[in-house]
Write a protein that binds this ligand. Structure first.
Ligand code: UD1
Length: 340
């Protein structure tokens, strides 16, 4: 049984991944400072799995607190989610983003050296591809100049991890480049809990459908796409969670081709914002109030993934389609409304 440290494990993707790991028989220690998440995630994880993960309310960007964490727990592998994640906010507050995202990763890497922890999975993003020249993007597609400090932290941390793997052949790292995770756990017990006004499409959309927000703004309908709205490759968060289990098994079973590897994690299918809205209306039976507004600065017109490397080498494939994702997101929004 592996002991896995999940940083940011009370958050949206982290909590789903903790569940997937526990279902696989792993012992999970969650380190979370709860700055953008909720300790009630622990109860929800227990309700779904029947087991309670250990919660350490720790800020891993605090070097001493991070050190104490590794003194208290014997860790076999780390999945590192804890990071600031909003593009706009990162443009306004670059230092806060650089400090938090870099320092926490560097602290973890230092403790890994001290405690001989050799397995690390990094939560990266398709944002590293910037505006791609050709679609779909493969892992060989060039990494482009980052469009935001947030994006830059993902790129530079990938480089740091790659350099560390070159310097130490005993270190094993997989960076997973997520596309657009949406949806909620099939049990309906856990999902995304946005703090404040959502910046991402899905929580804004479901909050509009339930009446918390008045109207969804669609950012642009004059892009070079079939209906003019942007194309993204959406992935069900529980499929994404399972990709982490496959990545961990690959490292533990020594199946990596190199000790630093990257994988695109998504479905490989691109949908426009307007297609997504139509599909949501179909699965929810609700008419969505939306309007077309101007483009959002920094938006990529279209991106979707070539997922063959993950399918073939990780042995992972997305199981849920867009309707499943939207149905579960809607079910979760209604659940949150009921619970107040
Ligand atoms: C961006 C980042 C991603 C990051 C994520 C988290 C890039 C390329 N991607 O994803 O790395 O993890 O933010 O913040 O930098 N939209 C609307 N109305 C809304 C909200 C969004 O029309 O109210 C549209 C956007 O224009 C976009 C799509 O919906 O086309 C998805 O947007 P969003 O959910 O914010 O994710 P990304 O911008 O793709």
């Amino acid at each position: 049984m592996h002991n896995v440290l999940v940083t940011g494990g009370c958050g949206y993707i982290g909590s789903h991944t903790a569940i997937a790991l526990m279902e696989e028989g792993c012992r999970v220690v969650i380190a979370d400072n709860l700055s953008n998440s909720d300790a009630r995630s622990i109860d929800r994880i227990e309700k779904i799995t029947g087991l309670r993960p250990v919660l350490e309310r720790t800020d891993i960007s605090d070097a001493e607190a991070c050190h104490q964490l590794f003194e208290r727990h014997a860790i076999d592998a780390i999945i590192h989610f804890a990071a600031h994640k909003y593009v706009n906010e990162s443009v306004r507050e670059p230092l806060r983003y650089y400090r938090n995202n870099f320092v926490s990763t560097l602290n973890l890497l230092r403790e890994m050296q001290l405690h001989q922890v050799r397995h690390f999975i990094f939560s990266s993003s398709c944002t590293v591809y910037g505006e791609p020249d050709t679609l779909p993007v493969t892992e060989e597609s060039p990494v482009k100049q980052a469009m935001s400090p947030y994006g830059n932290t993902k790129q530079v941390i990938e480089e740091i991890l790659s350099d560390c793997c070159k310097a130490d052949e005993n270190l094993h790292v997989i960076a997973l480049r997520y596309f657009n995770p949406i949806g909620a756990h099939p049990s309906g017990e856990i999902g995304e809990i946005p703090h404040g006004i959502p910046q991402n499409l899905l929580p804004y959309l479901t909050q509009t459908a339930i009446g918390i927000r008045e109207c969804l703004s669609v950012y642009g309908n004059d892009y070079d796409t079939p209906d003019g709205s942007c194309i993204r490759d959406y992935i069900h968060v529980y499929d994404l969670a399972k990709a982490h289990v496959c990545a961990m098994n690959r490292m533990m079973r020594k199946q990596q081709k190199q000790n630093y590897e990257v994988f695109n994690i998504s479905t490989g299918n691109g949908y426009t914002v307007l297609q997504l809205i139509k599909t949501f209306e179909k699965v929810s039976g609700k008419k969505l109030n939306y309007k077309i507004v101007g483009r959002r600065e920094g938006d990529i017109p279209k991106i979707w993934a070539d997922t063959r490397k993950a399918n073939e080498e990780l042995g992972w494939k997305a199981a849920y389609d867009l309707e499943d994702m939207l149905r579960s997101a809607w079910q979760w929004e209604q659940r949150m409304q009921q619970e107040g």
